[in-house]
Design a binder for this molecule. Structure first.
Ligand code: PEP
Length: 251
């Protein structure tokens, strides 16, 4: 059996409540037969519970874009892992580049969140990726390796089947500058090698690795045919049902 294929949509801080409902309804009505492909949407947290209800018994799963690792406490403005689960969500984005670079999350924070997600039965989508400056200085591999080692620190091999990796070069996110399929594939292969070194070849072969960064209906097919690209984490193009559906339905 091949690896899981996953198409995820990160809504970031967009949409009114009504627009959110319309978007989910549009995705559900156009989804059709997607075989074993998996679809996950990450709406703003305040809408997640209602979106999860709309998606109940469908092939669209719902996740939240961020959480805190603690169980409960005086952490104003934060969400706990069990709150994410209680919203009907089974997925959590962890270490998105905007969390890292706008809100200052470090690999240590990311690691605590990955652990907390797993302890609470959530599937983490662990996001990694280098800045433009890193790429220009030839440091992509070093950064990706550091983020993987940090994010997966002391995570047991038996838990790896619940984790999804999203490789999102920061220079490609929201910029319209998609990585070429060759650049993406090369880094995905490197990620697989690192996971193979940290764990073993089987874990690494089974790990879904999504590409993210300016994925659009007109560039997904070139990425999709690459052996080590197992789907996409989509930002801007997931905000319209038609374009997200075109990506999900890529041939
Ligand atoms: C993202 O938010 O993870 C993302 C990849 O955004 P975009 O598709 O807009 O580049």
């Amino acid at each position: 059996m091949g690896r899981r294929e996953i198409f995820a949509g990160n809504w970031k801080m967009f949409k009114t409540y009504r627009e959110a409902e319309d978007l989910v309804k549009g995705i559900l009505s156009g989804l059709g037969d997607i075989g074993s492909r998996e679809v996950v949407i990450f709406p703003p947290a305040v809408y997640a519970r209602d979106m999860a209800k709309l998606c109940m018994n469908t092939q669209v799963k719902v996740g939240i874009q961020n959480m805190y690792h603690e169980k409960e406490g005086a952490f104003t403005g934060e969400l706990s892992p069990s709150m994410v689960r209680d919203c009907g969500c089974a997925y959590i984005l962890i270490g998105h580049s905007e969390r890292r670079h706008v809100f200052g999350e470090k690999d240590g924070d990311v690691n605590k969140k990955v652990k907390a997600a797993l302890e609470n039965g959530l599937s983490p989508v662990l996001c990694i990726g280098e800045l433009l400056d890193d790429r220009e200085k030839g440091r992509t591999r070093e950064i990706v390796k550091k983020q993987l080692e940090g994010g997966l620190d002391r995570i047991a091999a038996g838990d790896l089947d619940k984790i999804i990796i999203a490789y999102e070069p920061v220079w490609a996110i929201g910029t319209g500058k998609v990585a070429t399929p060759e650049i993406a594939e090369e880094t995905h292969l490197f990620i697989r090698e690192i996971i193979g070194t940290l764990y073993d070849g089987k874990v690494s072969q089974n790990m879904p690795i999504l590409y993210g960064g300016s994925v659009k209906p007109d560039n997904i097919s070139g990425l999709h045919v690459k052996e080590n690209i197992d789907g996409a984490l989509v930002g801007g193009a997931c905000l319209k049902a038609d374009s997200f559906l075109d990506i999900i339905h890529v041939k």
